[in-house]
Design a protein around this ligand. Structure first.
Ligand code: MN
Length: 360
Protein backbone atom coordinates (compact mmCIF):
# COMPACT_ATOMS: atom_id res chain seq x y z
CA UNK A 1 0.00 0.00 0.00
CA UNK A 2 1.30 3.45 -0.87
CA UNK A 3 1.52 5.63 2.22
CA UNK A 4 2.48 9.30 2.40
CA UNK A 5 4.85 8.89 5.35
CA UNK A 6 8.18 8.40 3.55
CA UNK A 7 7.53 11.42 1.33
CA UNK A 8 6.78 13.56 4.41
CA UNK A 9 10.01 12.43 6.04
CA UNK A 10 11.88 13.43 2.87
CA UNK A 11 10.30 16.90 3.06
CA UNK A 12 11.31 17.21 6.71
CA UNK A 13 14.87 16.10 5.93
CA UNK A 14 15.15 18.90 3.38
CA UNK A 15 14.23 21.37 6.16
CA UNK A 16 16.65 19.72 8.58
CA UNK A 17 19.44 20.13 6.03
CA UNK A 18 18.63 23.81 5.48
CA UNK A 19 18.82 24.37 9.25
CA UNK A 20 22.18 22.60 9.42
CA UNK A 21 20.83 19.99 11.84
CA UNK A 22 21.71 16.29 12.00
CA UNK A 23 18.20 15.44 13.07
CA UNK A 24 15.10 16.43 14.94
CA UNK A 25 13.27 14.83 17.87
CA UNK A 26 9.52 14.94 18.52
CA UNK A 27 7.50 13.73 21.48
CA UNK A 28 4.17 14.76 19.92
CA UNK A 29 1.98 11.78 18.89
CA UNK A 30 0.42 13.80 16.04
CA UNK A 31 3.92 14.31 14.59
CA UNK A 32 4.63 10.57 14.82
CA UNK A 33 1.45 9.70 13.00
CA UNK A 34 2.11 12.33 10.34
CA UNK A 35 5.65 11.11 9.69
CA UNK A 36 5.41 7.37 10.30
CA UNK A 37 1.82 6.14 10.77
CA UNK A 38 2.52 5.14 14.40
CA UNK A 39 -0.54 5.61 16.60
CA UNK A 40 0.94 4.76 20.01
CA UNK A 41 0.69 7.05 23.00
CA UNK A 42 4.24 7.13 24.35
CA UNK A 43 7.61 7.56 22.75
CA UNK A 44 9.97 9.84 20.91
CA UNK A 45 10.59 10.02 17.18
CA UNK A 46 14.02 10.91 15.80
CA UNK A 47 14.20 11.88 12.17
CA UNK A 48 17.84 12.04 11.15
CA UNK A 49 19.40 13.16 7.90
CA UNK A 50 19.79 9.49 7.17
CA UNK A 51 17.37 7.13 8.84
CA UNK A 52 14.80 7.47 11.58
CA UNK A 53 14.21 5.86 14.95
CA UNK A 54 11.19 5.57 17.17
CA UNK A 55 11.93 5.00 20.84
CA UNK A 56 8.90 3.53 22.61
CA UNK A 57 8.17 1.27 25.57
CA UNK A 58 7.20 -2.39 25.62
CA UNK A 59 3.48 -1.64 25.35
CA UNK A 60 3.96 -0.17 21.88
CA UNK A 61 6.97 -1.84 20.23
CA UNK A 62 4.98 -4.57 18.42
CA UNK A 63 2.41 -1.99 17.33
CA UNK A 64 5.18 0.29 16.06
CA UNK A 65 6.71 -2.55 14.01
CA UNK A 66 3.29 -3.23 12.45
CA UNK A 67 2.32 0.37 11.75
CA UNK A 68 5.57 1.78 10.40
CA UNK A 69 8.07 0.93 7.71
CA UNK A 70 11.58 2.24 7.19
CA UNK A 71 11.82 3.25 10.86
CA UNK A 72 14.14 1.66 13.39
CA UNK A 73 12.10 0.74 16.48
CA UNK A 74 14.13 1.11 19.67
CA UNK A 75 12.75 -0.36 22.89
CA UNK A 76 12.84 2.06 25.79
CA UNK A 77 15.20 1.08 28.59
CA UNK A 78 14.81 3.20 31.73
CA UNK A 79 13.15 6.57 31.17
CA UNK A 80 12.13 7.72 27.70
CA UNK A 81 14.53 10.65 27.69
CA UNK A 82 17.51 8.65 28.95
CA UNK A 83 16.79 6.02 26.26
CA UNK A 84 16.74 8.70 23.56
CA UNK A 85 19.92 10.28 24.90
CA UNK A 86 21.74 6.96 25.16
CA UNK A 87 20.75 6.02 21.62
CA UNK A 88 21.99 9.37 20.31
CA UNK A 89 25.27 9.00 22.19
CA UNK A 90 25.84 5.80 20.21
CA UNK A 91 25.53 7.75 16.95
CA UNK A 92 28.43 10.03 17.74
CA UNK A 93 28.64 13.72 16.96
CA UNK A 94 25.51 15.64 15.97
CA UNK A 95 23.28 18.66 16.25
CA UNK A 96 19.72 17.72 17.22
CA UNK A 97 16.73 20.04 16.99
CA UNK A 98 14.05 19.86 19.67
CA UNK A 99 10.83 21.74 20.36
CA UNK A 100 11.16 23.67 23.62
CA UNK A 101 7.35 23.71 23.86
CA UNK A 102 7.27 19.88 23.99
CA UNK A 103 10.11 18.96 26.34
CA UNK A 104 10.26 19.86 30.03
CA UNK A 105 13.36 21.31 31.63
CA UNK A 106 13.88 18.04 33.52
CA UNK A 107 13.57 15.96 30.36
CA UNK A 108 15.96 18.29 28.59
CA UNK A 109 18.56 17.92 31.34
CA UNK A 110 18.32 14.13 31.10
CA UNK A 111 18.63 14.23 27.30
CA UNK A 112 21.70 16.42 27.50
CA UNK A 113 23.37 14.35 30.20
CA UNK A 114 22.71 10.94 28.63
CA UNK A 115 23.54 12.00 25.05
CA UNK A 116 26.87 13.44 26.14
CA UNK A 117 28.85 16.46 25.06
CA UNK A 118 29.23 15.42 21.44
CA UNK A 119 25.51 15.95 20.82
CA UNK A 120 24.49 19.60 20.60
CA UNK A 121 20.88 20.61 21.23
CA UNK A 122 19.21 23.37 19.25
CA UNK A 123 15.72 24.78 19.87
CA UNK A 124 14.04 24.16 16.49
CA UNK A 125 10.31 23.99 17.14
CA UNK A 126 7.76 24.38 14.41
CA UNK A 127 9.60 22.52 11.63
CA UNK A 128 7.17 19.60 11.61
CA UNK A 129 4.24 21.91 12.31
CA UNK A 130 5.08 24.01 9.28
CA UNK A 131 4.79 20.90 7.10
CA UNK A 132 1.62 19.71 8.82
CA UNK A 133 -0.18 22.99 8.31
CA UNK A 134 -0.08 22.58 4.52
CA UNK A 135 -2.46 19.71 3.93
CA UNK A 136 -2.23 17.28 1.05
CA UNK A 137 -5.39 16.73 -1.05
CA UNK A 138 -5.99 13.37 0.66
CA UNK A 139 -5.84 15.06 4.07
CA UNK A 140 -8.35 17.70 3.01
CA UNK A 141 -10.61 14.95 1.65
CA UNK A 142 -10.53 13.28 5.08
CA UNK A 143 -11.19 16.59 6.85
CA UNK A 144 -14.17 17.18 4.57
CA UNK A 145 -15.63 13.90 5.83
CA UNK A 146 -14.90 14.81 9.45
CA UNK A 147 -16.60 18.19 8.94
CA UNK A 148 -19.71 16.64 7.37
CA UNK A 149 -19.95 14.10 10.19
CA UNK A 150 -19.76 16.72 12.93
CA UNK A 151 -22.44 18.71 11.11
CA UNK A 152 -24.74 15.68 11.16
CA UNK A 153 -24.09 15.17 14.88
CA UNK A 154 -24.82 18.84 15.57
CA UNK A 155 -28.06 18.79 13.56
CA UNK A 156 -29.23 15.72 15.47
CA UNK A 157 -28.34 17.35 18.80
CA UNK A 158 -30.47 20.42 18.01
CA UNK A 159 -33.54 18.16 18.00
CA UNK A 160 -32.80 17.10 21.59
CA UNK A 161 -32.89 20.65 22.96
CA UNK A 162 -36.07 20.75 25.02
CA UNK A 163 -36.69 22.60 28.27
CA UNK A 164 -35.63 20.33 31.14
CA UNK A 165 -32.64 18.56 29.55
CA UNK A 166 -29.26 19.14 31.17
CA UNK A 167 -26.03 20.24 29.53
CA UNK A 168 -24.38 16.93 30.50
CA UNK A 169 -27.21 14.90 28.97
CA UNK A 170 -26.84 16.74 25.66
CA UNK A 171 -23.05 16.39 25.72
CA UNK A 172 -23.38 12.64 26.42
CA UNK A 173 -25.81 12.19 23.52
CA UNK A 174 -23.52 14.14 21.22
CA UNK A 175 -20.46 12.06 22.08
CA UNK A 176 -22.46 8.82 21.79
CA UNK A 177 -23.66 9.82 18.31
CA UNK A 178 -20.13 10.71 17.22
CA UNK A 179 -18.85 7.22 17.89
CA UNK A 180 -21.91 5.40 16.65
CA UNK A 181 -21.62 7.27 13.35
CA UNK A 182 -18.01 6.27 12.85
CA UNK A 183 -15.83 8.80 14.65
CA UNK A 184 -13.03 7.47 16.84
CA UNK A 185 -14.10 10.05 19.42
CA UNK A 186 -14.56 13.71 20.16
CA UNK A 187 -11.73 16.01 19.10
CA UNK A 188 -12.08 17.86 22.44
CA UNK A 189 -14.48 17.90 25.37
CA UNK A 190 -17.85 18.88 23.92
CA UNK A 191 -19.10 22.31 25.02
CA UNK A 192 -22.82 22.59 25.83
CA UNK A 193 -23.70 25.86 27.55
CA UNK A 194 -27.19 27.08 28.41
CA UNK A 195 -28.32 30.58 29.35
CA UNK A 196 -25.83 32.78 31.18
CA UNK A 197 -23.29 29.93 31.12
CA UNK A 198 -22.94 30.51 27.37
CA UNK A 199 -21.12 33.75 28.25
CA UNK A 200 -18.12 31.55 29.14
CA UNK A 201 -16.52 30.63 25.80
CA UNK A 202 -15.25 27.27 27.10
CA UNK A 203 -17.91 26.30 29.61
CA UNK A 204 -17.77 22.65 30.67
CA UNK A 205 -21.13 20.83 30.59
CA UNK A 206 -22.85 20.98 33.98
CA UNK A 207 -26.06 19.75 35.61
CA UNK A 208 -27.79 22.93 34.50
CA UNK A 209 -31.16 22.31 32.90
CA UNK A 210 -32.45 24.14 29.86
CA UNK A 211 -35.18 26.73 30.36
CA UNK A 212 -37.24 28.75 27.95
CA UNK A 213 -35.78 32.00 26.64
CA UNK A 214 -32.17 30.90 26.94
CA UNK A 215 -29.27 30.88 24.51
CA UNK A 216 -27.59 27.54 23.80
CA UNK A 217 -24.02 27.26 22.54
CA UNK A 218 -22.94 23.86 21.17
CA UNK A 219 -19.24 23.50 20.25
CA UNK A 220 -18.15 20.04 19.15
CA UNK A 221 -15.62 18.23 17.03
CA UNK A 222 -14.94 14.69 15.91
CA UNK A 223 -11.82 12.74 15.05
CA UNK A 224 -12.49 10.72 11.92
CA UNK A 225 -9.67 8.80 10.27
CA UNK A 226 -7.18 10.68 12.52
CA UNK A 227 -8.36 14.17 11.41
CA UNK A 228 -10.32 16.68 13.49
CA UNK A 229 -13.31 18.86 12.79
CA UNK A 230 -14.70 21.66 14.96
CA UNK A 231 -18.06 23.43 14.71
CA UNK A 232 -20.11 25.81 16.87
CA UNK A 233 -23.69 26.90 16.53
CA UNK A 234 -25.83 29.04 18.84
CA UNK A 235 -29.61 28.72 19.10
CA UNK A 236 -32.31 30.42 21.13
CA UNK A 237 -35.01 28.51 22.99
CA UNK A 238 -38.12 30.56 22.30
CA UNK A 239 -38.46 33.82 20.47
CA UNK A 240 -35.25 35.81 20.65
CA UNK A 241 -35.53 39.38 21.94
CA UNK A 242 -34.34 42.26 19.73
CA UNK A 243 -31.04 42.62 21.61
CA UNK A 244 -30.12 38.95 21.07
CA UNK A 245 -31.10 39.18 17.38
CA UNK A 246 -28.83 42.16 16.94
CA UNK A 247 -25.90 40.41 18.61
CA UNK A 248 -26.51 37.30 16.54
CA UNK A 249 -26.61 39.33 13.31
CA UNK A 250 -23.32 40.98 14.28
CA UNK A 251 -21.59 37.64 14.92
CA UNK A 252 -23.01 36.15 11.73
CA UNK A 253 -21.78 39.13 9.69
CA UNK A 254 -18.39 39.03 11.41
CA UNK A 255 -18.06 35.34 10.69
CA UNK A 256 -19.05 35.78 7.03
CA UNK A 257 -16.57 38.66 6.69
CA UNK A 258 -13.72 36.55 8.07
CA UNK A 259 -14.63 33.55 5.90
CA UNK A 260 -14.71 35.92 2.91
CA UNK A 261 -11.31 37.35 3.85
CA UNK A 262 -9.65 33.93 4.30
CA UNK A 263 -7.82 33.19 1.08
CA UNK A 264 -4.34 32.37 -0.12
CA UNK A 265 -2.03 35.40 0.16
CA UNK A 266 -3.88 37.09 3.05
CA UNK A 267 -2.36 37.23 6.54
CA UNK A 268 -4.06 35.49 9.43
CA UNK A 269 -4.11 38.87 11.19
CA UNK A 270 -6.19 40.31 8.36
CA UNK A 271 -8.70 37.47 8.68
CA UNK A 272 -8.97 38.22 12.39
CA UNK A 273 -9.33 41.93 11.68
CA UNK A 274 -12.20 41.27 9.26
CA UNK A 275 -14.25 39.69 12.06
CA UNK A 276 -13.18 42.25 14.68
CA UNK A 277 -14.01 45.15 12.36
CA UNK A 278 -17.63 44.06 11.94
CA UNK A 279 -18.06 43.62 15.69
CA UNK A 280 -16.51 47.05 16.29
CA UNK A 281 -19.06 48.53 13.89
CA UNK A 282 -21.76 47.05 16.16
CA UNK A 283 -19.81 48.28 19.22
CA UNK A 284 -19.51 44.67 20.37
CA UNK A 285 -15.77 44.18 19.86
CA UNK A 286 -15.09 44.44 23.59
CA UNK A 287 -17.20 41.29 24.05
CA UNK A 288 -15.10 39.30 21.54
CA UNK A 289 -12.63 37.87 24.03
CA UNK A 290 -10.70 35.31 22.01
CA UNK A 291 -9.02 34.98 18.64
CA UNK A 292 -10.90 34.38 15.39
CA UNK A 293 -9.66 30.85 14.75
CA UNK A 294 -6.93 28.26 14.61
CA UNK A 295 -5.39 25.70 12.33
CA UNK A 296 -7.01 22.28 12.34
CA UNK A 297 -5.71 18.88 11.30
CA UNK A 298 -4.36 15.91 13.22
CA UNK A 299 -4.74 18.14 16.28
CA UNK A 300 -7.67 20.38 17.02
CA UNK A 301 -5.43 23.37 17.67
CA UNK A 302 -2.40 23.69 15.44
CA UNK A 303 -0.72 26.24 13.20
CA UNK A 304 -1.61 28.68 11.79
CA UNK A 305 -3.16 30.77 14.57
CA UNK A 306 -5.80 33.15 13.29
CA UNK A 307 -5.34 35.95 15.78
CA UNK A 308 -4.82 39.68 16.04
CA UNK A 309 -1.63 40.86 14.33
CA UNK A 310 -0.57 37.41 13.03
CA UNK A 311 1.73 38.01 10.05
CA UNK A 312 1.53 34.42 8.76
CA UNK A 313 0.21 34.38 5.21
CA UNK A 314 -2.42 31.79 4.32
CA UNK A 315 -1.40 29.35 1.60
CA UNK A 316 -3.22 26.70 -0.37
CA UNK A 317 -3.58 23.66 1.87
CA UNK A 318 -4.21 25.49 5.15
CA UNK A 319 -7.31 24.42 7.05
CA UNK A 320 -8.50 26.84 9.73
CA UNK A 321 -11.53 27.53 11.88
CA UNK A 322 -13.37 30.85 11.78
CA UNK A 323 -15.22 31.36 15.04
CA UNK A 324 -15.90 34.88 16.24
CA UNK A 325 -18.26 35.36 19.17
CA UNK A 326 -19.66 37.84 21.65
CA UNK A 327 -19.93 37.05 25.36
CA UNK A 328 -21.90 39.33 27.61
CA UNK A 329 -21.36 38.43 31.28
CA UNK A 330 -24.59 37.66 33.10
CA UNK A 331 -26.57 37.46 29.85
CA UNK A 332 -25.06 34.92 27.44
CA UNK A 333 -22.79 34.25 24.52
CA UNK A 334 -23.09 33.72 20.78
CA UNK A 335 -20.48 31.98 18.62
CA UNK A 336 -20.59 30.66 15.06
CA UNK A 337 -17.74 28.44 13.91
CA UNK A 338 -16.93 26.76 10.62
CA UNK A 339 -13.90 24.95 9.23
CA UNK A 340 -12.49 26.28 5.98
CA UNK A 341 -9.89 24.91 3.57
CA UNK A 342 -7.79 27.40 1.62
CA UNK A 343 -7.19 26.44 -2.00
CA UNK A 344 -5.18 28.25 -4.67
CA UNK A 345 -8.08 30.19 -6.13
CA UNK A 346 -10.90 29.72 -3.67
CA UNK A 347 -11.77 28.97 -0.08
CA UNK A 348 -13.96 25.99 0.73
CA UNK A 349 -16.23 25.89 3.77
CA UNK A 350 -16.06 22.30 4.99
CA UNK A 351 -18.79 22.41 7.65
CA UNK A 352 -22.26 22.40 6.15
CA UNK A 353 -24.83 23.46 8.74
CA UNK A 354 -27.06 26.57 8.26
CA UNK A 355 -25.87 29.67 10.08
CA UNK A 356 -29.08 31.65 10.51
CA UNK A 357 -30.47 32.11 14.02
CA UNK A 358 -32.48 29.04 14.94
CA UNK A 359 -35.30 29.52 17.44
CA UNK A 360 -36.65 26.35 18.99
MN1 MN B 1 -12.45 25.90 17.44
Amino acid sequence: MKTPFAQRRRALRAKIAVKGLSGIVSTNPADWYYLTGFTGEAGALLILRKGAALVTDGRFTAQAEEETSGIRIVKQNGSLTSSVGTWLRGLGRGKIGFDAAQISVEQFRTLRRTAGARVRWVAAGGEIGSLRQVKEPSEIAQMRKAALLVGDVLSAALKLLKPGVSEIEIAAEIEYQMRSWGASGPAFETIVAFGTRSAHPHARPSEKRLRKNELVVLDLGVILGHYCSDITRTVFVGRAPARIRRWYRAVQEAQAAAVGAARAGITCGDVDAAARGVLAHYRLDKYFVHSTGHGLGLEVHEDPRVARGQKRVLVSGNVITIEPGVYVPGVGGIRIEDDVAVHAGRTEVLTQVPRNLIEI
